[in-house]
Ligand binder design. Structure first.
Ligand SMILES: Nc1ncnc2c1ncn2[C@@H]1O[C@H](COP(=O)(O)OP(=O)(O)OP(=O)(O)O)[C@@H](O)[C@H]1O
Ligand SMILES: [Mg+2]
Length: 351
């Protein structure tokens, strides 16, 4: 094994996808003389659109770090993870996992990672008629993994009561937890997880995160955890990388991220009777981001979430202006800034 100092290195990763622009129906006369075949070939090869999923992503992840990758839908998180898991190659740029290049040394690089695209996907290999215990035993034998340790994992994930139940009879969240155990039977230096808590209840997803954090601490496993819920970072992430439209827009520890975003406090204001441009009014004040939700435009009802450096001065003036323009305030909630506010700032809450 190579002695790499970093678990993951990505340099200027670019990934484009080419997809068809869609078909249109050719004229009936086109059907003659194999025209349909020619048409299909032309459509497939000429009418292409290019999608830039990653536009130059660079990052270094140290050994034993727990990194959360955050970003809105379509920002390139899954694409990045697939490149690191050697499932797809980058269009340009390079990436290394534990010192192995994901393209030139693909086989070795693939051995360094456990890629878990979704927890339910990992139970696809399991047999629904067999009990959870039987399934896990089969998998353990397959992967050469000690069963005692699986029992410990099952205990931590609250699965012990379910061990004698057929896998197929479990609820989807319970199956997802079994999926996590199966996904983790390949013990690798690097775990790549793509939204592992999707569809899980809050307490189940907390169990999953705590379990991953425990593995990270106990065995020094590097964990890259993809999600679009900023609050999932709390208490687990050493570092947070925010992707937006294929670019890294922030890369720091959770606390640093909040500090760098310059948001000290955030206020949520619900107004009605607001028949003027709220965005323009709010932007007159020193706001770091504004997230505007339209509730019932016919009665001028909106919800504003505003992040500010300090509310002391600006908030009373902002409220006064809103009221003086004829709007009514139905709810007001002031909180200290969290990672969610920093996230909204970086992905363009759009102040
Ligand atoms: N196989 C594909 N073919 C064409 N375009 C793709 C493909 N996979 C992803 N894309 C596009 O690349 C961009 C990034 O997609 P990606 O799946 O990496 O986003 P994501 O951050 O994981 O989003 P989500 O939070 O919705 O899972 C999107 O615009 C998406 O439409
Ligand atoms: Mg995704």
């Amino acid at each position: 094994m190579k002695r790499a100092t970093s678990a993951i290195v990505a340099e200027d990763l670019v990934r484009v996808y080419k997809v068809s622009r869609g078909y249109f129906e050719p004229a009936p006369s086109f059907e003659l003389w194999g025209g349909r075949f020619l048409y299909e070939v032309l459509m497939r090869n000429l009418r292409k659109q290019v999608i830039h999923a990653l536009r130059g992503v660079s990052m270094t992840i140290g050994r034993g770090e727990f990194v959360v990758i955050l970003g809105p839908n379509g920002s390139g998180k899954s694409t990045l993870l697939k490149i690191l898991a050697t499932i797809i190659p980058p269009t340009s740029g390079r990436a290394e996992v534990m010192g192995y290049d994901v393209v030139r040394e693909r086989r070795e690089a693939a051995r360094q990672v456990s890629y878990i695209p979704s927890l339910l996907g990992t139970t696809a290999w399991a047999k629904p008629m067999l009990t959870v215990e039987q399934n896990l035993k089969v998998m353990c034998r397959l992967f050469g993994f000690p069963f005692d340790e699986v029992i410990r994992m099952a205990e931590e994930l609250g699965l012990l009561d379910l061990m004698k139940r057929p896998l197929g009879s479990l609820s989807s969240g319970q199956q997802a937890r079994v999926g996590l155990v199966i996904g983790l039977l390949k013990r690798s230096p690097v775990y790549l997880l793509d939204e592992p808590t999707m569809g899980l209840s809050p307490e189940a997803s907390r169990l999953v995160r705590e379990h991953l954090r425990e593995l990270n601490k106990r065995y020094g496993i590097t964990v890259v955890y993809v999600t679009h819920h900023p609050l999932e970072c709390e208490g687990i992430a050493d570092r947070v990388v925010i992707l937006d439209r294929g670019r890294v827009v922030a890369d720091a520890s959770p606390d640093e991220l909040v500090r760098k975003a310059g948001v000290e406090e955030s206020v949520t204001i619900r107004v009605y009777n607001a028949y003027f441009d709220l965005r323009q009014v709010v932007n007159k004040y020193d706001v770091r981001y504004l997230h505007l939700k339209t509730l019932h435009p016919e009665v001028g009802e909106y919800e504003l979430r505003v992040g500010m450096r300090s509310l002391d001065e600006a908030l009373p003036r902002l409220l006064e202006e809103i009221i003086s323009r004829g709007a009514k305030i139905s709810r007001l909630d002031v909180r200290r800034a969290t990672i969610e506010d920093a996230y909204l700032y970086y992905v363009g809450g759009g102040a």
